[in-house]
Design a protein around this ligand. Structure first.
Ligand SMILES: Cc1ncc(C[n+]2csc(CCO)c2C)c(N)n1
Length: 220
């Protein structure tokens, strides 16, 4: 069994089932998701992508072969490019500017997820860092594929679905899975990889759930 399938079976299989059943996800394809929840999601995702890009740069910096260095560095740059594209198109259609995103700040779940990723990528081993960033790619590819079968009557949601359900995105994820499967991991390190992978899978579910409930800080 490959390392990636081992990670998925232990850490993602059950969470993934709960993600595809989540009302945020089902609401995207049947068009019932309210625009306020989507706006919250895109705003928080803009914050998330900034931190994710930095986390990927840390992974790139400690990758053990040149192909992996260049792949993660490219993805780090692309995460910023995706953010710009989101700003100009989806946020514009929602009537929001980058200043609104800054003013909204990062919510509790976004902050927790970003902090976890940053900590693991800064202080864990290379393999641990890869395991922590992997659910972001993999879950989005599988959710995107699943949603593409149904698309959405709402053009905003259809655009979002098309980005992650695309063949280009699938090729990106396959490259990261190939890198994951060549990692050389010791026994104790393997367990830590499982922990990080399972934790960031849970954060992926929580990210959609926070948007659905428009979760805010309980005190200010
Ligand atoms: C909460 C959240 N999780 C995953 C992604 C998807 N994603 C963001 S950057 C990147 C790889 C580099 O381009 C991927 C797959 C997202 N947007 N938001």
């Amino acid at each position: 069994m490959t390392f990636s399938s081992e990670l998925w079976d232990r850490g993602a299989a059950s969470v993934y089932e709960q993600i595809v059943r989540h009302p945020f996800i089902t609401g995207l394809t049947d068009g019932t998701l309210d625009h306020d929840a989507f706006q919250y999601f895109i705003t928080q995702d803009s914050h998330y992508l900034r931190a994710y890009s930095r986390a990927l740069s840390l992974v790139a910096g400690r990758a053990t072969d040149e192909d992996a260095v260049s792949m993660f560095a490219l993805h780090a740059a692309n995460a910023i490019a995706v953010e710009r594209e989101l700003h100009t198109s989806l946020l514009g259609s929602l009537g929001l500017t980058p200043a609104d995103v800054d003013a909204a700040g990062s919510g509790p779940t976004t902050t927790a997820y970003m902090s976890y990723l940053t900590a693991v990528c800064a202080t864990g081993t290379y393999a641990e860092a890869v395991a922590a960033v992997l659910p972001c790619y993999w879950i989005y590819r599988d959710v995107g594929r699943e949603l593409l079968k149904r698309s959405s009557p709402d053009p905003l949601y259809a655009k979002w679905i098309a980005t992650y359900g695309s063949e280009e995105f699938d090729a990106v994820v396959e490259q990261v899975l190939a890198v994951t499967d060549t990692l050389d991991v010791g026994t104790a390190e393997r367990e830590r990889c499982h922990q990080h992978f399972a934790t960031t899978c849970r954060y992926e579910w929580m990210f959609w759930d926070a948007a659905y409930h428009k979760l805010d800080w309980p005190v200010r």
